[in-house]
Design a protein. Structure first.
Length: 526
């Protein structure tokens, strides 16, 4: 096999893995809507209280640890692979056993800290779910190192599809049978283990044919590298889940005394409605942008061709562009989106505040990905830790005064600090002007034009729709969102703050480039 063909196969596999990751994240954002509809805000609260515990372990192992194993295998000769895999196996076994012990044996303590003793059952179920995630990390890492990414991509989608199916079918069965909402929550948490088990079964045959069969020794040096690399790779993905963990320990407890247990649960469930909306907005803003990060690393190693500054600047501008569009658009239609998706418009102001985390989180993901390419890991990790402390302090100060809106604001403060600090640090590492003032001016103009168009449309359409309620909210959402997006993109295309050549670099950017050329027929292509 020629080197060129090998590289083409690798890039094809990487693209397949990226597509699988997009599908997985999309499913992760979407399933929460029907789940909330099945169990209500109180049931949603129950699930979201425990979900971060399982998600943190899942992201760290099945994503971060898998990448770390793959990276170390790729950097060493085949004869050393058995030692790396043996070390990885024992390390992940120790981590998995520790996580199981903390969740199972410490369930009552953790539930007590969250202020709801009945959550202990969900934590114990979560302990069994993490067990199946450990072997999955080893298999993924081994197969990715050999460039065999098709089975990994299939396993990722299968894992999430099984998980979502078990969550929704299980929740429906539990509610229909008259079981408690805590029982429905246990089924939803157990779904993570079911998905991981299905993925392990799917990968086992391929992994077994490629695994190293000769003996090898355990290496403490390899263990340290695996720990450091896995945490650094997954830290930005873990950030939003860690913010959710802070909410699990603080929001309900701070609301329980003034509101009572039932009302506090309902308010926390309403607050958690923001999670799928923010996840979806981040997915839109970063899925195309993160595809540019490998190009930055590649062009930095080449002496000719396109400048890496082009890709870095483009990654920043596109992420900001789509993140602002998503946040501003959701702000305009949030009461209608809230009712259309979650049955009532309750808590819409808190969700509006929360949804601006899309901008900060999108920047954090893109900047940390680029900094990781430079080998800069410690400072971003420290900045994220400080942001997490700000989130905790913000919750303690703001939730007693402003309720769930205070929790949303605390998250905004923590993430905004991290994003701003990362921009400052990035410019020290690589002095680069991300965008000219013209970009920000046109971004504001596009947002204002979208706001005027959507607000005017809503003022006209609402009196024409008979009655109120969820159907009206759904109609307004399904018509106002495309209108706002079209107006925003038309202003952006007319302004040419992203050039035609730049649109062509981005996956699926050809249509926007064509629109831009149609709107600016006399402009030279640049």
């Amino acid at each position: 096999m020629t080197a060129q063909h090998s590289m083409a196969s690798f890039l094809k596999g990487a693209a397949l893995l990226t597509l699988a990751g997009f599908v997985v994240k999309l499913l992760s954002a979407v399933y929460r809507v029907p789940f909330q509809n099945l169990v209500g805000d109180e049931g949603f609260y129950i699930y979201q209280q425990v979900y971060p515990f399982v998600a943190i372990f899942g992201i760290w192992t099945s994503y971060g640890f898998a990448v770390a194993v793959s990276k170390l295998l790729a950097e060493h000769q085949g004869v050393e692979h058995a030692g790396i895999l043996r070390t990885a196996f024992w390390l992940i076994a120790i981590i998995s056993a520790s996580a199981f012990s903390v969740l199972y044996l410490g369930a009552d303590v953790l539930a007590g800290w969250m202020g709801d003793p009945l959550l202990a059952g969900l934590l114990r179920v979560g302990a069994f779910a993490v067990v199946f995630m450990a072997p999955l990390a080893i298999m993924k890492g081994r197969l990715q190192a050999t460039g065999n990414m098709a089975p990994v991509a299939t396993a990722q989608v299968t894992e999430q599809a099984v998980r979502v199916s078990v969550i929704l079918i299980g929740a429906f069965a539990a509610v229909s049978s008259g079981l408690s909402l805590y029982a429905a929550g246990q089924v939803a948490i157990a779904a993570a283990g079911a998905g991981a088990f299905a993925a392990v079964l799917l990968l086992w045959r391929t992994y077994r044919s490629q695994r190293e069969r000769h003996g090898a020794s355990f290496s403490s040096g390899t263990m340290k590298k695996l720990l450091f690399t896995s945490l650094s790779v997954s830290m930005s993905s873990l950030l939003l889940v860690l913010f959710q963990l802070v909410d699990s320990f603080t929001v309900y407890r701070l609301l329980e005394q003034p509101l009572g247990a039932s009302a506090a649960m309902e308010q926390k469930g309403i607050y958690d409605r923001a999670q799928p909306l923010v996840q979806f907005g981040i997915l839109l803003a970063t899925s195309l942008t993160l595809s540019l990060v490998p190009l930055i690393a590649r062009t930095m190693q080449q002496k000719s061709g396109r400048s890496p500054e082009l890709y870095a600047s483009l990654a920043f501008r596109v992420s900001v562009l789509f993140a602002v569009a998503a946040s501003a658009g959701l702000t305009l239609v949030m009461p209608y989106v809230n009712e259309a998706l979650f049955q009532t418009p309750d808590g819409s102001f808190a969700l509006i505040v929360f949804n601006w985390q899309i901008v900060s989180m999108s920047l954090v993901l893109v900047l940390t990905a680029m900094l990781y390419g430079f080998g800069k890991i410690r400072v971003p990790a420290l900045l994220m830790f400080v942001g997490l402390i700000l989130k905790l302090a913000g919750n303690l100060l703001l939730v007693p005064v402003y309720g769930i809106s205070g929790a949303a604001l605390a998250g905004n403060i923590g993430l905004a600090f991290i994003a701003a600090a990362l921009i400052g640090y990035f410019k020290k590492v690589w002095p680069l002007q991300f965008a000219q003032s013209r970009f920000y001016g046109w971004l504001l103009s596009a947002s204002v034009a979208m706001a005027i168009a959507v607000y005017a449309y809503i003022m006209v359409i609402v009196p024409l729709l008979a009655g109120t309620g969820r159907l009206q909210a759904a109609i307004i959402t399904l018509t106002a969102v495309p209108l706002g997006a079209a107006v925003f993109l038309l202003v952006v295309a007319k302004s040419r703050i992203i050039t035609e050549r730049e649109w062509y670099i981005i996956p699926f950017g050809r249509r926007l480039a064509a629109l831009q050329l149609a709107l600016n027929p006399r402009k030279k292509r640049s």
